[in-house]
Design a protein around this ligand. Structure first.
Ligand SMILES: NC(=O)c1ccc[n+]([C@@H]2O[C@H](COP(=O)([O-])OP(=O)(O)OC[C@H]3O[C@@H](n4cnc5c(N)ncnc54)[C@H](O)[C@@H]3O)[C@@H](O)[C@H]2O)c1
Length: 259
């Protein structure tokens, strides 16, 4: 389904995987996109991938107040209003309550959760000025139920569901809808990192990704085009009565019980 985002402006975080693809998808449907990422090489690759599309790529640390504020100051210098905010930047950490270090805990909370607060906090004046808009936080199926050893990551993703609800209730009066999506395994650099981290001896990255796929009733991992389609819907007028909700996009992963 294609939507018309002509004349709309969008801020998106994450210059690879789900964030990058969502940015390109919105831009192909007419949006002017401001894309933020921390990794200079990924940012350069994102610029190349965007080609002639109206996508500007910004060097931003989404966990840092000053950096996020500077990003929105740069956006405000170009446009007085912002219609769409998509938060996809995040890191994956592994560890239990015993093995998660305070540094990993703090970094996970800062990059995965604080970022969603900071971008909305600094972007809000521009969205309010637009008079209507949509925010999509990218959570995870692991905010609902999780594998072993993802203490900090799962905590951030569960908290994003609460943040989404709280924001939706407050922002409705300004015409701004707030939803989250909770993907299962989606083929991105983060999933490839997970596959390398979790592979047992002799198991290749591809074998591990195929095993992830078999855990999903649909029998495969998801594609970024599938998350982008859902994000675009939630940002479109077609979702005008939808706010405060989380949308699983997990190939049935969380519908299956493990017995
Ligand atoms: N791929 C999956 O299977 C999967 C499943 C569930 C949820 N998710 C979520 O989807 C979102 C996107 O992940 P992805 O799979 O596209 O992974 P990805 O690693 O391709 O994308 C994450 C991006 O965030 C950026 N980033 C990390 N720290 C940053 C910081 N401090 N400031 C700015 N940018 C920073 C990275 O450079 C990277 O470009 C994340 O929120 C992730 O938790 C992914």
């Amino acid at each position: 389904m294609a939507y018309d985002f002509t004349g709309k402006t969008a801020a998106v975080t994450g210059t690879s995987g789900i964030g990058l693809d969502a940015a390109l998808h919105l831009a192909r449907q007419g949006a002017r996109v401001f894309l933020a990422g921390i990794d200079a090489d990924l940012n350069e690759a994102a610029r190349k991938a965007a080609g002639d599309l109206a996508v500007s790529v910004h060097q931003v640390d989404v966990s840092d107040d000053g950096s996020v504020k500077a990003w929105f100051d740069a956006i405000a210098a170009v446009t007085p209003t912002l219609d769409i905010l998509v938060n996809a930047a995040a890191i994956q950490t592994y560890g239990t309550i015993e093995t998660t270090t305070p540094a990993d805990w703090d970094r996970s909370i800062a990059v995965n959760l604080r970022s969603c607060y900071l971008t909305a906090h600094h972007g809000y004046r521009l969205m309010k000025a637009a008079g209507s808009g949509a925010i999509v936080h990218v959570s995870s199926v692991q905010g609902h139920a999780n594998q072993d050893g993802v203490l900090a990551y799962a905590t951030t993703k569960g908290a994003i569901h609460a943040l989404t609800r709280a924001m939706a209730v407050d922002c409705a009066r300004d015409g701004i809808r707030v939803n989250s999506i909770s993907p299962g395994s989606i083929r991105t650099p983060l999933l490839e990192f997970s596959a390398r981290s979790l592979a047992s001896d002799g198991q290749s990255e591809e074998e591990m990704i195929a095993a992830f796929g078999r855990a999903h009733p649909i029998g495969r991992v998801g594609k970024v085009s599938e998350t982008s389609a859902l994000i675009a819907y939630l940002c479109s007028d077609a979702a005008g009565f939808t706010t405060g909700a989380d949308f699983l996009i997990d190939g049935g992963l969380s519908a299956r019980i493990g017995v």
